[in-house]
Design a protein around this ligand. Structure first.
Ligand code: ATP
Ligand code: MG
Ligand code: FE
Length: 345
C-alpha cells in the first residue's frame, strides 16, 4: 500500500510517500529562519507557516514520487506530541484528504516516527530493540517490540531534553538560535579534559531508581556558574573547551544508559533518532560504545534526524503492516501524546 505521511508538530511542514519500506518522495519546508531574531519558536508564526506551506509541500512530494493523490491508500499524520496550533493544521488537512479520498487516516506519534524512519534506510528492525530518542523536546529510552503496537518507555529526562540543554548553553555563550549545532561545532575545537562537568543522576541514591532516566539541568547550571565565575574575575571564557566538556557530559550519560538498557533487556540493536542525533560527539561515542558492547547501532543519516514527513509515513506503513485499526475520524491532536501510544485511538 502507498502511504502519505504528513508532519506538522513544530516548525517543519513535511510530506512524504512510502510504499512498504521504500521512500518514494519526501519534501520538507521549515519556518525556522523566522525565529532567529526572537531566540525561540513563536507558535503563532509556526501555525501560519504550516497553512501556507502545506499544499505546495504536498504537491512537491507527490510529484517527486511520481504519484497522484488517487494512488494513496492511507494517510498518516503526526497526532502529537508538539505545538497544538501546528498539529491542528496537519491533522485537519489529513482528515480532509482522508474524507475526500475515502481512505483511512492514522494519527501517529511523531517521536516514535523518529525511530521508525530508520526502516526506510536500514530495512526492517529486529523483533526486539532499544530506541534512544534525542531531540529538542525529548530524551527517552524506549523498549520496542513493535513500532506500531508495543513501545514501552524505560526512562526519560527529568528536566531538559538534550537538544534543549544545548540550545540553552548556546544562548549562555551568546551563540545564535538554535544553539545546538553551534555548540556542537565549537565543541570539536575544544579540549574535553579542560573542565570536568557533573553527570546527572550519578549519585548512589539515584543510580537504581533512575537507571534509564536523564537529567541535564544541573549540568546546565554548572556551566552557567563556571562561565559567570570567569566573567566576574574578568577572565576570558574558553568557549570551545566549555562546549567540549559540556557535550561530553551529555553524551556520556546518553550513550552509557542506552548501552545499559540494551544489556539489561538482552537487545543487540540500538536505534537512535531525533534532531539531536545529528550531534557529532553522540554519533562517535555511540559507535564506539556499541562496538565495544557488541551492539548493532542504527543511526539514520542527518537528513532524517530532524523533523520530516518520511518518519510519519514510515510509522504509518508499520501500522498498516501490523494490522492496526485506523484512528477514528474524530481523533484529536494531542500536544502531550504519550510515547507508549504509537497510533491515536
Ligand atoms: P520533538 O521531536 O521532541 O518534538 P523537535 O522536533 O523540536 O522535538 P528536533 O527537530 O527533532 O526536535 O531536534 C531539534 C533539536 O536538536 C534542537 O534543540 C537543536 O538545537 C538540536 N540539534 C540539532 N543539531 C544538533 C547538533 N549537531 N548538536 C546538538 N544539538 C543539535
Ligand atoms: Mg524543528
Ligand atoms: Fe522531532
Amino acid at each position: 500500500p502507498l502511504i502519505l505521511g504528513i508532519e506538522s508538530t513544530c516548525d517543519e511542514t513535511g510530506a512524504a510517500l512510502v510504499r512498504g519500506r521504500e521512500l518514494l518522495g519526501d519534501v520538507v519546508a521549515t519556518s525556522m529562519d523566522e525565529y532567529a531574531r526572537f531566540g525561540g519558536i513563536i507558535p503563532e508564526i509556526a501555525s501560519r507557516a504550516h497553512l501556507e506551506s502545506f499544499l505546495p509541500t504536498l504537491d512537491a512530494a507527490l510529484e517527486r514520487a511520481g504519484v497522484t493523490l488517487s494512488d494513496v491508500d492511507a494517510i498518516a499524520v503526526s497526532a502529537g506530541p508538539g505545538l497544538i496550533g501546528s498539529l491542528t493544521v496537519g491533522v485537519s488537512a489529513a482528515k480532509a484528504l482522508a474524507a475526500s479520498l475515502g481512505k483511512p487516516v492514522y494519527g501517529v506519534n511523531h517521536v516514535i516516527g523518529h525511530i521508525a524512519v530508520d526502516e526506510l534506510i536500514d530495512g526492517p528492525v529486529p523483533e526486539h530493540f532499544i530506541g534512544l530518542i534525542v531531540s529538542g523536546g525529548h530524551s527517552s529510552l524506549l523498549d520496542i517490540h513493535d513500532l506500531a503496537t508495543d513501545v514501552v518507555e524505560l526512562g526519560a529526562t527529568l528536566d531538559d531534553a538534550a537538544g534543549e540543554a544545548f540550545d540553552k548553553v548556546g544562548r549562555l555563550l551568546g551563540l545564535p538560535y538554535p544553539g545546538g549545532p553551534h555548540v556542537d561545532r565549537l565543541s570539536q575545537e575544544g579540549d574535553v579534559e579542560a573542565i570536568r562537568f557533573p553527570r546527572g543522576l550519578a549519585a548512589a541514591k539515584d543510580r537504581e531508581r533512575h537507571r534509564y532516566d536523564f537529567s541535564f539541568s544541573g549540568l546546565k547550571t554548572a556551566v552557567a556558574r563556571y562561565v559567570e565565575s570567569l566573567a566576574d574575575a574578568g577572565q576570558e571564557v574558553p568557549a570551545a573547551d566549555v562546549c567540549a566538556a559540556f557535550s561530553e557530559a551529555v553524551n556520556d550519560s546518553l550513550t552509557a544508559k542506552a548501552v545499559q538498557a540494551c544489556k539489561d533487556t538482552g537487545c543487540d540493536t540500538l536505534v537512535i533518532g531525533g534532531g539531536f542525533s545529528a550531534n557529532s560527539r553522540l554519533r562517535a561515542l555511540a559507535v564506539q560504545r556499541c562496538e565495544e558492547a557488541g551492539i548493532t547501532l542504527r543511526l539514520p543519516p542527518l537528513k532524517y534526524c530532524t523533523d520530516n514527513g518520511a518518519q510519519i509515513a514510515a510509522l504509518g506503513a508499520a501500522a498498516v503492516r501490523a494490522g492496526v485499526a485506523p484512528s477514528p475520524m474524530d481523533f484529536a491532536p494531542d500536544s502531550g501524546m504519550p510515547l507508549d501510544v504509537p497510533v491515536a485511538r
